[in-house]
Design a protein. Structure first.
Length: 134
């Protein structure tokens, strides 16, 4: 709307300028356009320019929107790839932690078995010693 207002005000100014030039000319035998005809002619020219400017603005906005849409899609794809990579890394880390826990459990289980075995052996030894004393 601002473009139209500016264009129409330019048309009116040009019309007044043309009228002023007509009033100052000494040659009155030439057929001159009336002010209304001159304003109409300039308005048509300006109207075409305004329509062209609006069309170019609309196409520019639509191309910018397409560009932004493409950028958003690209960002989503990159984020999805990164998420999948992070999931794979996390799952491999979880597997490593599970393996470490199993190793530690086996070691501790072996230690407990060895401790229980030695405890049983000590008890058996004590029983044998008691039996020998009696």
């Amino acid at each position: 709307m601002d473009i139209r207002k500016v264009a129409l005000s330019l048309v009116v100014m040009a019309g007044f300028g043309a009228l002023n030039a007509q009033a100052q000319s000494a040659n009155t035998t030439k057929k001159h356009e009336t002010l209304i005809q001159r304003v109409d002619t300039l308005a048509k020219k300006a109207g075409a320019d305004v329509k062209h400017a609006e069309k170019t603005a609309v196409t520019k906005v639509s191309t910018d929107a397409k560009k932004v849409g493409a950028d958003v899609k690209h960002a989503e794809q990159v984020a999805a790839k990164k998420l999948k990579a992070d999931e794979k890394k996390l799952s491999s880390d979880v597997k490593k932690v599970k393996q470490n826990i199993k190793k530690t459990y086996r070691k501790d289980k072996a230690k407990v078995k060895a401790w229980e075995k030695s405890r049983k052996a000590k008890k058996a030894l004590k029983k044998q010693l008691k039996a020998k004393k009696n």
